[in-house]
Design a protein around this ligand. Structure first.
Ligand SMILES: *Cc1c(COP(=O)(O)O)cnc(C)c1O
Length: 490
């Protein structure tokens, strides 16, 4: 399978190991497979008796044809082990009319583990395949959750090192503890005196700083990132949609609709890819919080980021530029138009697709949003009616799913993607249930006591973890810390 860039009209081709190693195309576009991937009915049936890891290896091998089947099988087995994910990495759970696809049973209790446990191993294979002598030094700026998920994914993976920068004072007590206690010989965590933007700008500057790149190359490293625009993060996400369709035992000819709480558009794009690859999926419901730029786009065809930005209780969906939408645009409108749309977005902050394109998009995707009140009421109602506890992101999805079912009279079974453990957002969930919230681990204990539901051990165990990292620097000293880390022999 060859890959192309979403902005390249000439259609230059790349191998999958180049795609994963480079992350983003030189023209600023995103990589996507040149040809359609399709699974025949018999192939999907053959996955039924297989473990999640084996399903993953089979599905991913159709996209990443440069790697041997044995190497993929081994990587998937390591990534989705019982030790990391329990007995099933992506179980289903029914509550009323909705079936939930729980994607939060990984080491950091949120769905990013599903991709970030595998992606570092794919990067490691890509470095080997490309024959270079350097190892990847991955830099991450985080506002909390992604940093920990990346640390867990890269810890002790061959030919990689990872360094995470977080805003000292800008992350929750639990998030900080999670990062500072990270184990592994190739990891480093550093606080920055400043906010998330300072961290992100700092990392971006280091990536382009000659005075860092040169000495780094001497120590045998090249810079890499773990962004959700890397195809290596997208393809593991296709797996759980196909896997869920298999586990739902849908009768012949029946399609299921899927609701995805959406931020950067990566997760729902993977659902779209699964549908186009032959999984029995009907409509996709794109659920947003109060930052509803995608709802407006799928309703009017106008994507306009020039608007107020809201901080909500579903912070991982507080996004105004959904990077992965570019891949969907390329699929329906081609490279020429995609390039134009992205140029307009960058220069004017807005673009508009034509009426035909909008119609094609609306056939597959329905979009709506939930405000803060909708979100909190949904958490309370779902717990009261079904004794099922959901986090604020999943609550946004649940609200959207219920609205869609009511509005369309669809008879399809409804799957809602559950993206985080409710205990990861204990203060918000407690408030929604009418409890006095408290902070950190205490809030988690109280929520667990009130609901009678055990909090995940990965979170409760934090109480006994020791911090390993103590460095906090000003933004201008971040580069120095990176060089120091690269010079450490592991
Ligand atoms: C990242 C994240 C999302 C949004 O997923 P995208 O792929 O960015 O659309 C939703 N919920 C949680 C808990 C997340 O961490």
């Amino acid at each position: 399978m060859k890959f192309v860039s979403t902005r390249d009209i000439a259609g230059n081709e790349y191998n999958s190991y180049e795609v994963i190693k480079n992350g983003i195309a030189a023209d600023g576009g995103l990589f996507f497979p040149k040809e359609k991937v399709f699974f025949a009915k018999e192939e999907l049936l053959s996955l039924k008796e297989k473990s999640y890891a084996d399903r993953a290896a089979f599905i991913i091998s159709k996209y990443l044809t440069d790697f041997s089947k044995a190497a993929l099988a081994y990587s998937c087995k390591e990534a989705y082990s019982k030790e990391k994910f329990g007995s099933h990495p992506a179980p289903l759970r029914k509550a009323g009319e909705i079936t939930y696809l729980e994607l939060y049973h990984g080491p950091t209790c949120a769905f990013k583990d599903m991709a970030l446990q595998l992606m570092p191993r794919l990067l490691s294979l890509s470095i080997e395949k490309s024959g270079v002598n350097e190892d990847a030094l991955v830099l991450v700026a985080t506002s909390g959750d992604t940093g920990k998920a990346a640390l867990e994914g890269f810890a002790d993976v061959n030919r990689t090192k990872i360094m995470v920068f977080y805003p000292e004072g800008g992350v929750s007590e639990i998030q900080k503890k999670q990062m500072l206690s990270q184990k592994g010989s190739n990891v480093n965590v550093c606080g920055v005196v400043g906010n998330f933007d300072d961290c992100q700008t700092g990392v971006k500057n280091i990536f382009q700083n000659e005075y860092v790149i040169k000495p780094l190359s001497k120590t045998g490293h090249f810079f890499s990132s773990a962004n959700s625009i890397n195809f290596g993060r997208l393809v593991p996400q296709v797996v759980y949609y196909i896997s869920a369709c298999i586990d739902m035992n849908l009768p012949e000819g029946v399609l299921c609709d899927i609701t995805v709480p959406t931020g950067n558009f990566g997760n729902i794009l993977a659902a779209y890819m699964a549908k186009k690859a032959g999984a029995p999926i009907g409509r996709l419901i794109c659920a947003s919080n109060k930052n509803k730029v995608l709802t407006d786009f799928f309703t009017t065809g106008v994507y306009d980021r020039r608007r107020e930005f809201f901080l909500t209780s579903s912070p991982s969906m507080d996004i105004l530029v959904s990077s992965n939408l570019e891949r969907l645009l390329w699929l329906v409108a081609g490279a020429g138009k995609t390039r134009e749309y992205m140029k307009n977005l960058k220069e004017k902050g807005v673009f508009e697709v034509d009426a035909d394109t909008l119609k094609v998009l609306q056939e597959d995707i329905y979009a709506c949003f939930a405000d803060e009140k909708d979100c909190h009421e949904t958490i309370r109602k779902t717990f009261e009616e079904y004794n099922y506890l959901i986090d604020p992101h999943t609550a946004v999805g649940t609200f959207a799913a219920e609205k869609y079912m009511k509005e369309t009279d669809s008879n399809n079974p409804m799957l809602v993607v559950s993206t985080a453990s409710p205990f990861k957002f204990s203060p918000s969930v407690s408030r929604a249930l009418g409890l006095s919230s408290g902070e950190g681990l205490d809030a988690m204990d109280r929520l667990s006591e009130y609901t009678g539901i055990d909090a995940p051990k990965a979170l409760t165990g934090l109480r006994y973890e020791k911090s390993r990292f103590f460095t906090v620097v000003k933004p201008e000293s971040m580069a120095e810390e990176v060089i120091k880390f690269a010079n450490q022999t592991v």
